[in-house]
Design a protein. Structure first.
Length: 241
């Protein structure tokens, strides 16, 4: 608990987390507002269209949480105070993940609320498991995406490089894989953010090509996050800070 408290204090000692939180909420809820204002028949999943853009901001926040320490050399002080590098880096990932999950919760329900306000005639009742996952599931996905971003930050160690890599992959690379002849669509169906979209979309209304059920999609995405973090920690233990 002490490590978590320390990482929380370090994370909020700069302005960037606050700006990232604000930006993630504005872009996610803002897109929901535009969608709802443009149509009286907006759906639950339609109200969450902007979640990927908010997730991109959240991943930037998580990556900066670790790369900033490498940039200013404070990571050496962290490792001197906590010789168990794995524990220190895991605490950093947990704090970033929890904060991102909270942002996702606000973004999901904020988008749903603004859609309900602007489209009162639309069927936006949370009366099924799929619909709850559409809204509340954003929180889980944001949290796991933040863990992946922390792992990439540990591996790359440079803010610009880590942020660029995350954004390019998330917003472009997965979709570009589909243009590979013959095997492109098969590979695309198993890429992490495609699978995460399968979890959020639920059964019967998913736009994702993943063959997994929502439950297994979540387990798969969580497994990817854990594997990435484990690899990053193993690498961090073997190289100089």
């Amino acid at each position: 608990m002490t490590l978590l408290a320390v990482e929380r204090i370090k994370l909020f000692s700069t302005r960037s987390p606050w700006w990232c939180m604000f930006a993630a909420l504005v872009v996610t809820v803002g897109i929901a507002a535009v969608m709802s204002a443009a149509s009286d028949s907006v759906t639950i999943s339609g109200s969450q269209t902007g979640y990927t853009f908010g997730m991109a901001v959240v991943m930037v926040l998580a990556a900066l949480a670790v790369t900033t320490e490498y940039r200013f050399g404070t990571i050496r002080t962290t490792f001197q105070a906590v010789p168990r590098r794995g524990a220190a880096l895991t605490a950093k990932a947990v704090v970033a993940g929890l904060l991102s999950a909270f942002i996702g919760l606000l973004a999901g329900f904020g988008s749903w609320a603004i859609a309900k306000l602007l489209s009162p005639g639309a069927d936006l009742a949370l009366n099924s498991t799929d619909r709850w996952i559409n809204v509340a599931g954003i929180s889980v996905v944001y949290g796991l995406a933040a863990v992946i971003a922390v792992a990439v930050g540990i591996l790359v160690r440079q803010s610009a490089g880590a942020v660029s890599l995350l954004l390019i992959y998330m917003l472009a690379v997965e979709n570009l894989v589909r243009v590979i002849p013959t095997v492109g669509d098969k590979i695309y169906a198993w890429l992490p953010f495609t699978v995460a979209d399968r979890f959020i979309s639920g059964t019967g209304q998913s736009t994702s090509s993943s063959p997994l059920s929502p439950g297994w999609a979540l387990a798969y995405f969580a497994g990817v996050a854990v594997v990435f973090l484990a690899i990053a920690i193993a690498v961090a233990k073997k190289r100089d800070a």
